[in-house]
Design a protein around this ligand. Structure first.
Ligand code: GCO
Length: 442
């Protein structure tokens, strides 16, 4: 297989459908000496947290190589680039802007605009300033207000240069992985912390939406949520119940407040000490209207009832990617159709989709047929959802290039561009060449 193809009548072949590539600050930038510490620096420096004991101090050295990387993005022919802003690079602890950090992003944003590449900014992709974690991080309600303040200053500094803002990337990961099971920074463990941190993240989203509407009503403003659709191991009543519970806990928890102004029904089944601290007016703030919804999809999960706990997730069946996630594209179209039927969705953008594969480079060539096939199946799934009436207007490949894959360090490669971390040489993989061809053949 060398090509990515869509049916000739596909709406995804219209020029108005946006194709892009995505990255995140901590995963690619390095340049640590030019910013304050974030929770991922601290987490990486804690023994046993990162699979290869690595950190984000150099990463893809995008801090120094951004000009080449913008040229690389342009060479792929994409319409848009989704990047995230490192909060501790642009803000000082006293609540003022760090102009060097702002200028760093302005240079990148200007270079993208010069090349007619639309700039999709994510304002929070998990790199919370460490000084805010020191006062409780997302367990502290004040962090939501600190976020709105940062968004106020940065959206003014970027005025007129950005196409779209996403407030948060995947609040599920920040709260559940970071504060409930502790496999992501800041590594806090306790069922009592997951929902509380999630509520403050969602509040931060709502407060930031208010700021964006005021400061930059001309940009497309929204949020990026990830979903791992839940499937039952059998049709037994117990398994169906377990699966529905997991879906409410892991998926609907983050979207329902935004569209329905309330948490899923299971909130009443959670012990009081696990409940979020909801203050009067919070749900109205969270349920601001949004201009777009970003959806990230990688895989599904299968659940059955558990005798002592409510649910148990089964091991993922083959075929698997290199990170152990099942390849099951049908869940992608089913997810999109089901969200569309449950909620009054604004236009949807697929803000991340892609696969980690065990790539090897041979004489400057990366034949990642496995990733190419993943993309083909998932582009088809998006097309299926569009045919079923879901208003999807864009698709971003995760990721532009191999990078720091959080707790997996540099061991898992998600790029459509290969990175040699010794030399920082970038090589477009076969999947990247096919993506470029799909885009240029529209
Ligand atoms: C995400 C993360 C990415 C990951 C990707 C693969 O938003 O989940 O944005 O940072 O690298 O999802 O795990």
């Amino acid at each position: 297989m060398t090509k990515l193809q869509l049916p000739s009548n596909s709406k995804m072949l219209d020029k108005s459908f946006t194709y892009g590539v995505a990255t995140a600050s901590f995963q690619i930038e390095g340049g640590k000496e030019h910013r304050l510490d974030c929770i991922w620096d601290t987490f990486c420096n804690t023994d046993g947290k990162i699979a290869d004991s690595s950190n984000g101090e150099v990463a893809c050295d995008h801090y120094n190589l951004w000009q080449d990387d913008v040229a690389l993005i342009d060479s792929l022919g994409v319409d848009a680039y989704r990047l995230s802003i490192s909060w501790p690079r642009v803000m000082l602890q006293d609540g003022t802007l760090n102009q060097d950090g702002v200028d760093y992003y302005l240079n990148i944003i200007n270079a993208l605009n010069d090349r007619n590449i639309k700039v999709y900014v994510t304002l929070y992709h998990w790199d919370l300033p460490q000084y805010l974690e020191d006062t409780g991080g997302w367990l502290n309600r004040q962090t939501a207000y600190a976020f709105a303040h940062y968004v106020d200053l940065i959206s003014k500094a970027f005025k007129g240069k950005v196409h779209s803002y996403a407030t948060l990337n995947e609040p599920f990961c920040s709260s559940y992985l970071g504060y409930e099971i502790g496999v992501h920074a800041p590594g806090i463990v306790g069922k009592e912390y997951g929902r509380k941190s999630a509520h403050h993240l969602l509040l931060a989203h709502g407060l930031a939406m208010q700021v964006l509407k005021e400061n930059t009503p001309e940009t497309m403003n929204g949020i990026v949520l990830n979903f791992t659709p839940c499937y039952p191991a059998s049709n037994s009543e117990a398994d169906l119940y377990a699966t529905d519970f997991a879906d409410q806990y892991f998926n609907q928890w983050y979207i329902k407040p935004i569209f329905d102004k309330c948490y899923p029904d299971i909130i009443k089944d959670l012990p009081t000490e696990h409940q979020p601290d909801i203050q009067s007016g919070d749900m109205e703030i969270i349920a601001q209207s949004i201009d777009f919804l970003g959806i990230n999809f990688y895989t599904r999960a299968i659940y059955k009832a558990h005798p002592d706990d409510i649910y148990e997730q089964l091991p993922a069946p083959a075929p698997l990617t290199d990170i152990g996630w099942e390849i099951y594209p049908k869940a992608f179209s089913e997810l999109l159709v089901s969200l569309d039927s449950k909620y009054q969705l604004p236009p949807v953008y697929i803000t991340e989709n892609g696969a980690a594969m065990d790539d090897s480079i041979d004489q400057g060539v990366v034949n990642d047929d496995d990733r190419l096939s993943y993309y083909q199946q998932h582009l088809n799934a998006v097309n299926d959802a569009i045919e079923q009436g879901v208003d999807i207007q864009g698709y971003f490949a995760w990721s532009l290039m191999d990078n720091f894959e959080w707790a997996e360090g540099y061991l898992k490669r998600f790029g459509i561009v290969y990175v040699d971390y010794e030399t920082q040489k970038r090589t477009i993989k076969k999947s990247g060449l096919a993506y470029k061809e799909l885009i240029s053949n529209r």
